[in-house]
Write a protein that binds this ligand. Structure first.
Ligand code: FES
Ligand code: FES
Length: 190
């Protein structure tokens, strides 16, 4: 029987080793945060981290995952405080939320490699399909998460250049819509 580590716990799946990991996670382990979208590798709804790499769990069998370390959205952070989760909420990059777990996994994998990705790199790395069309806000969310991660690690980056000339800038900027006070934990939908 395939044995792997799921969210830091050793698990033996008493299932056909050819079962896609997606169904083992959802139906046997009750980790329903990982979504079934297309089942053929196109949408990214089923992404999980396997040994730190974003991997489509609809395309990998239990046998192929044998002995590897799987992290699902439920364990990206134990209290839903991963910078990506917080940034997706803060930038309102969630509508129905169905695609969100896969996007969070893809973004976390990207930022683990590069905490300061440009827009093109984000679009290349996060190819998840979102029927609600959160794409522009998604880019902002990933960049926000990267800023937060760099700040937390003590990496200082220059502030972006001002867009407005000083004479035309308002006397005071309006409060951000995404202060810590008005952010909420990212829900993991079923
Ligand atoms: Fe796996 Fe769509 S369900 S990529
Ligand atoms: Fe609805 Fe992406 S938020 S599919």
């Amino acid at each position: 029987m395939p044995r792997l580590t799921v969210n830091d716990r050793p698990v033996e799946f008493r299932m056909d080793p050819e079962t896609p990991l997606l169904w083992a996670l959802r139906d046997a382990a009750n980790l329903t945060g990982t979504k079934y979208g297309c089942g053929v590798g196109d949408c990214g709804a089923c992404l999980v981290l396997i040994d730190g790499e974003a991997t489509k769990s609809c395309l990998i069998s239990l046998a192929e995952a044998e002995g590897r370390f799987v992290t699902t959205i439920e364990a990206l952070s134990r209290d839903r405080s991963h910078p990506v989760q917080r940034a997706l909420v803060a930038e309102q990059a969630i509508q129905c939320g169905f695609c969100t777990p896969g996007i969070a996994i893809a973004a976390a994998a990207l930022l683990a490699r590069n905490a300061d990705p440009g827009e093109a790199e984000i679009k290349a790395a996060i190819t998840n399909l979102c029927r609600c069309g959160v794409y522009p806000r998604l880019v902002r969310a990933v960049q926000r998460a990267g800023r937060d991660m760099r700040a937390a690690s003590g990496i200082v980056t220059p502030a972006p250049a001002a867009v407005l000339a000083p004479a035309s800038a308002p006397a005071s900027a309006p409060a951000s819509a995404a202060t810590p006070e008005n952010t909420a934990p990212l829900p993991t939908s079923n």
